[in-house]
Design a protein around this ligand. Sequence first.
Ligand code: RB5
Length: 146
Amino acid sequence: MKLAIAADHAGFDYKKELIEWLKSHGHNVIDFGTDSDASCDYPDYAYPATEAVLNNIVRYAILICGTGIGVSITANKMKGIRAADCVTVEMARLARLHNNANVLTFGARLISLELAKEIITTFLNTEFEGGRHKSRVEKIHLLTGR
Ligand code: RB5
């Protein structure tokens, strides 16, 4: 699967590990930075990664910061983006199943790298259920204009 990944300084180490792990599982990963653990501003990296989703360059984006909250807020400002900040595998499953989330976010300061991998695996392998959830998801964009 073609994926975008981005992180700020708090998520940099996880990003590095996860890129190798995703590639070892056959994924094609585009790295939108940051490139070191030097302090930086998460919108600078989250924004271009979400653009890659909106431009159909990648299927999903994975965004990492300290909590996952900053990158999630940034991503959800973009029209057409449905970002879910997940701290459990069940949240990742339901974010895809019910919300058709196209961006996964999490906090490197809150969850282990092993749990992050389980969350990613579940997110990537769960399809949107559609049905009653389809009109709800459509309504998000209709009512908010985003
Ligand atoms: C950086 O210290 C931290 O604020 C950032 O990674 C993120 O958690 C913000 O939501």
